[in-house]
Design a protein around this ligand. Structure first.
Ligand SMILES: Nc1ncnc2c1ncn2[C@@H]1O[C@H](COP(=O)(O)OP(=O)(O)OP(=O)(O)O)[C@@H](O)[C@H]1O
Length: 212
């Protein structure tokens, strides 16, 4: 589903990805780990077509994510490390997502409810005025409701309290079948039951890739 071939990405003279090769297929749940600056975020941004590679390529279901970004993003649910500074109200945001990405609004509300986010009480509030944890819960609810075949999470639990983390992992467990789940994390023990592949990066390279 995701093929990364000889992918190199530089920022100035710094090599963030150094000829990376990997493949991610259906029914794989991958913990992507490594020290700060190892290249994890650069890899997932490259998968989503944010960056032009300096060499090599990424293919998502055969499509180039830089050239066919909109088509590729239809297949991907993504929750970033830091929530984006969205100025829309929750109501407007849900409306926008429902129309632009064809996501079922009621399903977003369902998952928000499962994440113990009181969406009804916050409908008119701006997204950026929610607490860090509330933003993350809403983004997670949207990512699950989107029903994509590729789910990418870049350390999504930093702002979640332990109960919310448990809720999140439970929902994810119910939703991982027939998908690629790519989970950037520094806490393997939290996602151990969820993943069946563990990849470590260092200095822009994959240094270990184990199926577990
Ligand atoms: N937009 C950018 N401009 C310049 N340098 C960048 C950019 N994005 C990443 N880098 C550099 O690329 C390297 C890899 O960064 P990346 O964010 O991919 O690491 P990471 O493994 O996700 O780290 P962390 O665990 O801290 O999130 C770092 O040295 C970083 O400074």
């Amino acid at each position: 589903m995701i093929q990364v071939s000889n992918l190199t990405k530089k920022f100035g003279s710094h090599i963030s990805l150094d000829s990376v090769n990997c493949e991610f297929n259906k029914n794989e749940s991958i913990a992507l780990m490594g020290a700060n600056g190892a290249g994890k975020t650069t890899l997932i941004r490259s998968i989503m077509g944010y960056y032009h590679p300096d060499a090599g390529e990424v293919l998502i279901n055969g499509l180039n994510p830089v050239k066919e970004r909109m088509k590729v993003l239809e297949h991907i649910s993504f929750v970033p490390q830091l929530p984006p500074p969205i100025k829309l109200s929750i109501d407007e945001l849900l409306q926008y997502i429902t129309v632009s990405a064809n996501v079922d609004k009621e399903l977003i509300k369902h998952y928000a409810n499962e994440m113990k986010l009181d969406i009804a009480a916050n409908m008119s509030k701006s997204f950026f005025k929610l607490s860090g944890g509330m933003k993350q819960k809403l983004l997670i609810a949207i990512s699950l409701a989107k029903k994509s075949d590729i789910i990418i999470y870049d350390e999504p639990t930093a702002n979640l309290d332990p109960k919310a983390r448990d809720d999140f992992y439970r929902l994810l467990k119910q939703n991982e079948e027939e998908k690629v789940l790519l989970f950037v994390t520094h806490r393997l023990e939290e996602v151990k039951d969820l993943v069946n592949r563990q990849i470590y990066m260092d200095l822009g390279k994959i240094v270990s890739d184990e199926r577990v």
